[in-house]
Design a protein around this ligand. Structure first.
Ligand code: ADP
Ligand code: MG
Length: 297
């Protein structure tokens, strides 16, 4: 569904350049529900905005289904945004029209696309648990309910891919659970591919795969040890939920590069060189031997 290779995004402001993505690789299979985690400023929103067609990549490859987002022209990009992807923001004011009813909000993107489908709009609101509230104006709904309306809106045009940027960032943990359950239901029943960006590790147990971004690169990948267990059943006692439920893998790119965490490098005082040994089944990376040692070797 998604294939990014060597994806680069550079923001230019005046004479300042910010490299938000520096050659990122990411593959997402159709029907997957996965999360991207990373600290603030690591490039998560940049990646999601590019995947959503809201921002243009600077270089590299980025494909979503049959769409090549590096090459697509502006006209096709509008079509892509309307038909292929649904988008949810943390701040749902970007998704919603407050003085219309929930139902009218869901019908709005259908109207723009010329594909009005009231029964489906009602169905979506029922699926997100708002059957009884569909004729309420948004100003009469709670924050969590509004976020559920936002989910229904994002699916109004039957996209194949749902992108959510910190979707549970401004709701309490109970509402956050409800939202994650709704995502899971759409993932299972509609076969929707879902990418959730978050800095909240507790969401991680609710998805099959987590990819960590560090400094604009995918660094570590976490796979569920038992995909049939959710985090509650697996029992996340203390520590990070990721450790309990997931197995961590370092990402190795096509030419064999991997990212070593900064704290490891610091602990071993590794600067721009390290020594590496391979004994047939283990690779060992160490601080470089002394220059003397190097010369005699
Ligand atoms: P995250 O969502 O992980 O917090 P972002 O993708 O928003 O990270 O930002 C990644 C980096 O790119 C940050 O250093 C941020 O300051 C910079 N950045 C993001 N958007 C812009 C922009 N429109 N103009 C300039 N710099 C930006
Ligand atoms: Mg962000």
């Amino acid at each position: 569904m998604i294939q990014c290779e060597g994806l680069v995004k550079i923001y230019k402001a005046d004479d300042l350049e910010v490299v938000a993505l520096q050659g990122l690789n990411l593959t997402v299979k159709q029907g997957e529900m996965m999360a991207i985690i990373g600290n603030s400023g690591s490039g998560k929103s940049t990646l999601l905005n590019i995947l959503g067609g809201l921002d243009r990549p600077s270089a590299g490859q980025v494909k979503v289904g049959p769409w090549d987002l590096l090459k697509v022209d502006d006209k096709d990009l509008v079509k892509y945004k309307r038909d292929t992807v649904g988008f949810i923001w943390q701040n749902n004011a970007r998704n919603l029209l407050p003085f219309l009813t929930a139902l009218e909000n869901v019908e709005m993107p259908m109207t723009f696309a010329g594909k009005m489908d009231r029964p489906y709009a009602k169905q979506l609101l029922e699926w997100v648990g708002l059957k009884e509230r569909m004729h309420n104006k948004l100003t009469q709904l709670s924050g969590g309910e509004q976020q559920r309306v936002a989910i229904a809106i994002s699916l109004a045009n039957r996209p194949q891919l749902l992108l959510a940027d910190e979707p549970t960032g401004s709701v309490d943990s109970r509402t956050s659970d409800i939202i994650m359950d709704i995502f899971r239901k759409f993932n299972k029943e509609l076969g929707l591919t879902i990418v959730i960006v978050t800095h909240d590790l507790s969401l991680a147990g609710k998805v099959d795969r987590v990819v960590a971004i560090r400094d604009g690169l995918t660094s570590t990948e976490f796979l569920k040890r038992n995909p049939n267990l959710d985090s509650a059943e697996a029992g996340t006692i203390g520590g990070s939920p990721l450790d309990e439920v997931h197995e961590a893998f370092v990402v190795v790119d096509r030419v064999g590069r991997l990212q070593i965490p900064k704290e490891y490098l610091k602990a071993l005082e590794i600067g721009d060189k390290a020594s590496m040994e391979f004994d047939g089944d283990t690779i060992t990376i160490r601080a470089p031997k002394s220059l003397e040692g190097e010369e005699s070797a």
